[in-house]
Ligand binder design. Sequence first.
Ligand code: NAD
Length: 374
Amino acid sequence: MKRIGILKEEGQQKIAVLLPENIKQLKEITDVSVVVENGLGDAIGISDSEYKSAGAIIALNSKELIQVTDIILSFSRVCDSEHFSEHKTFIGFFDVLNDFSSVLPLKKKNTDMYSLGLLPRTTMAQSMDVLSSIASLVGYKAVLLASSLSSSTVPMISGAGGTLRPAKVIILGAGVAGLQAIATAKRLGAIVKAFDVRHASKSDVTSLGAEFIEVEGAIDSASAGGYAVEQSKDYLNEVNKVLDAEMRTADIIITTAKIPGKRAPLLIQEETILNMKSGSIIVDLASETGGNSALTEKGITITTKNGVRIVGTTDLLADTAKSASFVIGNNFTSFLKHYLKNHVNEEDEILRSTKVLTNGIVTSERLVEEIENY
Ligand code: NAD
């Protein structure tokens, strides 16, 4: 029987990586015991006794939990413990392409490690796709945050004092986060325009009732698993010109453009920002990887001298922790079920793609070079 341990997140991170209902589902289909760290669900109002009723055992702390379990789950808590060994497997959601800090302690302890941040974008892996779950919630929350920071209303409002025109909202990057941002801004009654280098996203944008900003000449890579690739200088200059004109009249801009493993593309130049309207808001969801705007500062909100507020927060997920725990719990449960059934099959695509370490040795093709040279 496998023993699965669920670590409590640390600091501001309020997510519980499995909910009591996920534990029930796991126990129904397979012979596992589940140990959860004391206080796992505190931040989202779920008590230890609810976990106990679902069949979990409560561990006093992470040390005890790691000692008595075989498979340890964490959302983003980097963990080092003398009790990690070659017989343990650590499963988390880490941006291992940009940050090795989660990998190094486990590498030294000869542990196996998987990161759901490396999942392939395939139909089989869809139910495990933590990245999409997060992007969707954060895209939604970014629009609400921008609307509440703006001193103007978003929908058209007609009343005794006249008519307030609807806000102009621009979304840069029309992937999962961008599409949710478009849908949310449309529901609020904004006029929405969006841009993406992947021309395939045009139909998604227009089907949500937004206008697609056209710029010809992008490199569209079919081999990048649905992701964008880096673009030529000439093309990016053309993008700048077209977007500059649009952004000067925007009330809200939400940026979501990312390229896996690379710095986020710079889509809002300083000159554009300094020509935007006072009171307009930019929420930069790419701030973690360098930002899409030239003046974004990771983790904080700044106001430019011409009155544009630029939000570089990386905390939006924590603001939806209850909803996030629900969807992420389902993603991890789906991955665990797959792992328990297939972990002996070395050819399994999902497990091969997500495996970072085998007995402490880096086996992820995407990481091998970078980490071994670290
Ligand atoms: P992402 O978070 O890596 O990037 C966000 C968006 O930024 C992408 O749409 C990307 O094209 C765009 N972008 C990159 N560089 C840009 C630039 N210079 N200018 C403007 N936009 C730029 O991507 P994502 O949201 O996770 O998803 C990317 C694609 O993968 C989408 O087509 C999505 O539908 C697809 N997807 C498939 C699955 C699946 O099949 N299981 C799951 C999730 C996402």
